[in-house]
Design a protein around this ligand. Structure first.
Ligand code: BMA
Length: 801
């Protein structure tokens, strides 16, 4: 049987005259941090202090033991970041140039000192750039000349932390006769029959060549066995009545163990095991009266995708543990998200990521790793790209959660729109990957899954790549230049990116910027804001609705609350509008779920894992049932979305109310919404009247509420907000309290910031609007000394101008 010796221990990192203890998986930054030789790059402006690390060459060393019990020993690196020369006792073993694939070297019968020498990534990128010629890039980074996580060179939400190291495990694999070198399970469902076609590849030693071996596969109590004469075999398993895997909210996520064993007579040589799921997936891109659709269809059911974009959860990805993946993805699931798009400037994530998605019913859209630049198609890159694509398609295809392969992020758009096309003057830029190589690789290796050439992409060059009427659309104009109300001006077929920035939680800022007198433009705040004119856009976003607070202390607190509030309102405006246009619009993928360090960004969950108000808002926006009031050309529209499997007879009450709480009109309205449908109903204006000066609309149904204020907040005559605060223990849970707020006036967008009570405290509720006399209960966990005084100080709401 194959034996594995993990080589995660015993490594040293040469630094000046010393050899530092090194951790694998890890990287030079984590090793230097552990040795106390560099400060934490996430704190203050330390990013600059540690910049030198990325410009040096680094060498890791370890001793490897010899093995004589097997015919063959392979040294396997699951991830080398990035440009290495590897030697064993001074003799070259090989060189590597790709962070996104594994590398295997035959070290049979050998022991001695292993050295992995890393060339600085920029130096390697520069060598390639000189040989293939310059290509455009949105960022100053040379990320398109090296197969390394693009955002490690810095992004508009990320620091520049160019690391090096063995970021995934290293091991010795000892084997005789043969080993399993590749397994591709193709899972299909036809009627009530599931089928798993297992395509097996084996590698043999010289002694194993020509031997008849046996491969056995089993799933769901069904077994099959074949003889393997040479390097390949096909095993087919027919599974009657498999339970279907569904995205969350649509059904359960049954998973089945698929096991494969390779044997030589009675001797087992190697085994392979994964969990699979039975489901079908199609992407409907049919042309219709609105253009060209983009609708995911799972098990025959057409879905509105409730999505978020995912970036690497740490700019040093070797630090992301399975537990952290589980925590972050559980947060996503708890916010009623059902699709996560892994963005192309990051990484193919660890197995643990996709395992959790399989379990939670989170659909995964996986980008191939190309983002925001023109990629040369010459060698040595072309071969690396193909090898990396083939390996990762095979690695990830067993996961039922994986529903879509996507060629790149924004490169087809960039070519057409951002001035690349004329400058390239015929040079390669990646089109051959997105429209040639990658769809060919997917069709060959993973033909059960859809592929799209890019995001955004209209489906062909006949339309502009970001044409909202065709395929996927990225909506960035609104954040960059306009008020969020302008999301309502278009109905794209699928919004694969849109979003609004806000600063992280206060406790996150305090940790990242110790001692700083926080102001929107204080040095640390500016350093932890990487977007072009990011603070300008934040401020203008606030100013369109509120009086902009400037300065420190209470003004900063106000600015912080308002920027977070506007972020939540902006994303809400988009999702409420687009979701109510189902099935014409078939998905929204918010930019972005998470962060890779503490920073002002579009994220809903900040770099320390704390929840912004947007996070709670997503839970409301992505719930099966959503009630909205939306401005429309002829007044106001009531939008009702019902993504549940049962019809919704919505008995809505709409009120026209004054700022002091006097109800001027009240209209009951019954709206029938079919299962998995959406309705846009005009308001009965004749009976209700439209809100005049100092009035607003409130709609309520089944515990859901929508409000509509006809003027910007700074023009609305809000009363000075008055409310009582009580803190009550929760029986049976000593760690948790209820903060009960009773309003005496209109209280708009009340928010409890739990990290002001204790850094790790978490609240279950975000923004709430209360009418006079109404009460809300906010449950807070992890606050050791609960008291109404601090609770009141942690509460914010809209104030009169
Ligand atoms: C899109 C993304 C990212 C970027 C985000 C915010 O372009 O693809 O490149 O971080 O917008 O600007």
């Amino acid at each position: 049987m194959k034996d594995v010796t993990l080589l995660n221990d015993g490594w040293g990192l040469r630094h000046e005259d010393a050899v530092l203890p090194a951790r694998v998986p890890g990287c030079v930054h984590t090793d230097l941090l552990a040795a106390g030789l560099i400060p934490d790059p996430f704190i203050g402006t330390n990013e600059h202090e540690v910049a030198w690390v990325g410009d040096r060459a680094w060498t890791y060393t370890a001793r490897i033991p010899a093995d004589t019990a097997h015919e063959r020993t392979d040294l396997v690196f699951d991830g080398l970041d990035t440009a290495t020369e590897i030697t064993l006792d001074g003799e070259p073993l090989g060189r590597t140039r790709n962070m996104h694939r594994t590398h295997r070297f035959d070290v049979t019968g050998r022991d001695g000192e292993l050295q992995v020498h890393f060339t600085p990534a920029r130096e390697e990128a520069d060598t390639v750039r000189k040989s293939v010629g310059d290509r455009p890039n949105v960022y100053p980074a040379p990320s398109q000349y090296i197969r390394k996580m693009a955002c490690s060179f810095g992004w508009d939400w990320g620091p520049t932390v160019v690391t090096a190291g063995m970021w995934r495990p290293v091991r010795l694999e000892h084997w005789s006769t043969a080993r399993i070198s590749q397994v591709r399970p193709l899972v299909t469902v036809a009627g009530t029959r599931g089928r798993v076609e297992v395509h097996l590849a084996v590698e043999r030693t010289a002694g194993g060549t020509g031997r008849a071996l046996t491969a056995r596969a089993s799933v769901a109590g069904v077994d099959t066995e074949v003889t393997v004469e040479d390097g390949h075999a096909l095993l087919c398993l027919d599974v009657p009545d498999p339970r279907l895997w569904w995205p969350r909210g649509h059904g359960e996520q049954p998973l089945y163990d698929l096991t494969l064993t390779l044997s030589d007579g009675d001797t087992a040589l190697d085994t392979w095991r994964r969990r699979i799921g039975f489901r079908t997936i199609e992407l409907d891109r049919t042309a219709d009266e609105h253009g060209t659709g983009f609708t995911l269809v799972v098990n025959g059911v057409r879905l509105f995708a409730r999505g978020v974009n995912w970036i690497p959860d740490d700019v040093l990805p070797s630090r992301i543990t399975p537990e952290r993946y589980r925590r972050r993805l559980t947060q996503a699931a708890d916010a009623n998200i059902d699709l996560v798009r892994i963005w192309g400037g990051g990484i193919y994530e660890d197995e643990a990521f996709y395992d959790v998605c399989d379990e939670l019913g989170l659909m995964v859209w996986q980008d191939f790793l190309f983002a925001c630049s023109a990629y040369p198609e010459e060698q040595p890159l072309r071969g690396e790209v193909e090898a990396e694509a083939r390996e990762n398609v095979v690695r990830l295809m067993p996961h039922p959660s994986l529903v879509l392969w996507n060629g790149n992020n924004e490169n087809l758009w960039g070519f057409r729109d951002w001035g690349w096309e004329p400058g390239l003057a015929g040079d390669s830029w990646g089109e051959g990957y997105y429209l040639g190589m990658l769809p060919r690789v997917v069709a060959e290796l993973d033909p059960t899954r859809p592929y799209t050439a890019g995001s955004p992409w209209s489906g062909s060059w006949d339309h502009h790549p970001n044409d909202p009427a065709h395929g996927t659309h990225h909506s960035w104009e609104v954040w960059n230049r306009r008020d969020f109300a302008e999301y309502l001006d278009s109905v794209p077929r699928f919004v694969a990116e849109f979003g609004w920035q806000a600063p992280p939680a206060l406790a996150t800022l305090r940790r990242a910027l110790p001692g700083e007198d926080l102001a929107p433009d204080s040095p640390g705040m500016l350093h932890h804001q990487k977007a072009e004119d990011g603070n300008g856009k934040l401020d203008r976003g606030v100013e369109r609705h509120f009086v902009l607070p400037e300065g420190t202390g209470a003004d900063f607190d106000r600015w912080h609350y308002l920027t977070q509030l506007v972020q939540a309102r902006a994303v809400a405006a988009g999702i409420e509008h687009w979701r109510s246009h189902w099935p014409r619009c078939a998905g929204t993928v918010v930019w972005q779920l998470n962060d890779c360090w503490p920073v002002s960004s579009w994220a809903a969950i900040d770099g320390d894992g704390r929840l912004k108000p947007l996070y709670h808002e997503l839970r409301r926006l992505y719930a099966d049932r959503l009630l909205t009031l939306q401005p429309a050309s002829q007044g106001v529209v009531l939008g009702l979305v019902n993504q549940s499997a049962t019809p919704w007879r919505a008995e809505v009450t709409v009120r026209r109310t004054t700022a002091d709480g006097t109800v001027k009109a009240r209209v009951p309205l019954t709206v029938e919404v079919a299962a998995r449908d959406a309705v846009r109903a005009p308001l009965p204006v004749a009976a209700l009247g439209l809100p005049e000066d100092g009035e607003f609309l409130v709609a309520d149904v089944d515990g859901l509420r929508a409000v509509h204020f006809p003027v910007p907040d700074r023009e609305f005559p809000y009363p000075r907000p008055q409310f009582d605060v009580r803190v009550e223990p929760v029986t049976g849970d000593p760690d948790t309290v209820d903060v009960v707020v009773t309003a005496h006036t209109l209280v708009r967008d009340l928010l409890l910031q739990p990290d002001r009570l204790a850094p790790d405290a978490v609240a279950d509720t975000g923004l709430v609007t209360l009418l006079p006399g109404e009460q809300t209960t906010i449950r807070v966990a992890g606050w050791p000394e609960p008291d109404a005084g601090p609770a009141r100080a942690a509460l914010f709401c809209v104030e009169p101008a």
